[in-house]
Write a protein that binds this ligand. Structure first.
Ligand code: ZN
Length: 184
């Protein structure tokens, strides 16, 4: 027990840690109480890295808030936006390792569906959001509506010679260029 950091009483988002639940493969999991009243067990790593911040009610509330304040869910690009954010930020998404997990990031203003949908425009039938440079992230200039055929071609060339750092640099460069072009 003393080998593990005691998280009892710590607060992570809506969760407050109550007690050690179990230790599996030397990774401690903690029993937490969510502010909504539900219980949630999470690994220390997930808590400390901010991946788990509620029993699940936080995401639900965020989604509902988006729905009511923006009413963007009716936009034809909305589902694509939702899927993009999820595969890049949700460690539990099955596609996360190929996206967020390998450094594919989302241009920060695009976390607002209004900004993304306005940029992309209406989604052509059967198309999905593709990246022109498959090793770089989702940012203006690197995304377009692609047909399934284009998407398939991209996947075959899915090599990342520079690794994570190169992709991060590319995104950073793009962001820097944008900031110069559109200073706030
Ligand atoms: Zn909750």
């Amino acid at each position: 027990m003393s080998r593990y950091k005691d998280l009892t009483g710590r607060v992570f988002g809506r969760l407050i840690v109550q007690s050690l639940a179990f230790i599996k493969h030397q990774r401690p999991s903690w029993l937490c109480l969510c502010s909504c009243g539900n219980k949630k067990t999470a690994t220390a790593a997930n808590l400390l890295q901010g991946y788990v911040r509620s029993c699940g009610c936080l995401n639900r509330d965020v989604r509902r808030e988006r729905f009511t304040t923006h009413n963007m869910s009716k936009h034809s690009a909305y589902r694509s936006w939702e899927a993009m954010i999820d595969r890049c930020t949700n460690v539990r998404n099955k596609d996360y390792p190929a996206y967020g997990g390998r450094g594919i990031a989302v241009h920060f203003p695009w976390f607002d569906p209004r900004v993304f949908c306005t940029y992309m425009g209406e989604k052509p039938q059967g198309c999905s959001v593709g990246r022109i440079d498959n090793d770089a992230g989702y940012f203006p200039g690197n995304v377009e509506w692609q047909t399934p055929k284009q998407q398939g071609a991209n996947k075959r060339n899915n090599v990342c010679p520079g690794g994570l750092a190169a992709r991060a640099r590319k995104l950073h460069m793009a962001e820097t260029t944008l900031r110069k072009r559109y200073p706030r």
